[in-house]
Design a protein. Sequence first.
Length: 246
Amino acid sequence: MRPRFYVPDLDPVAERVALPDEEAAHLVRVLRLRAGDEVEVFDGRGGLWRAVVVQAGRTSAAVRPVEAVMPAREIGVRVSLVVSVLKGDKMDDVVRDAVMLGVSAIQPVVSQRAEISLATLARSRRIARWQRIAVSSAKQCGRAVVPAIHDPLPLDRWWTEKTEAARVMCVEPSAALGHVASVQDVPKPRAAHVIIGPEGGWTVPEVAAAHECGAILMSLGGRTLRADAVPIVALTALLTTWSELT
């Protein structure tokens, strides 16, 4: 398997394509590649090319795209993961694994029981770190698409955004209003927002707001899962039900 590098502004007909600094450092210092070595480059939007290293200096590197390569198949349902921001570095694992499972976007939200505020997120560098993790995860799993990491929003504001995608909210059966679907009951849509809560769960008003917006309230069963495990369990269960992991 050829080493893969992310070049967001890649020109596939150029004779020389400079790698971004971080990618160049990985090529030169970690992999110790040289001119003439074969690699793959991708643009994060679905384009993937076989390329040859034409320059590997101390602080820079460049390649020449040779031919387009068929990228790994993307899942058929466009899935956006809407997740209440978790404390510490738990979101790092959520982003990494969600990208590997094929999500098209990740929307961090701040809910009533979230243990971090929008102001704190704005002051931190977490969004930039999550974007780097998304790139790294796409490289590792063979995707040619890097999912978008959107700026965090308050959950109540996110509900006001217009969408034609199905909204599927994971809830505890005891906290739900009305019918709670099992994973097998959720019909396969063309696009879906999968909505996951924080460590403390959803409040009753938040579940009510989801119900009023037409969201499908879904339970993962009777087991108590860690907050950072729920997104991956939910995505895996839904994608399996929709026959997207076969």
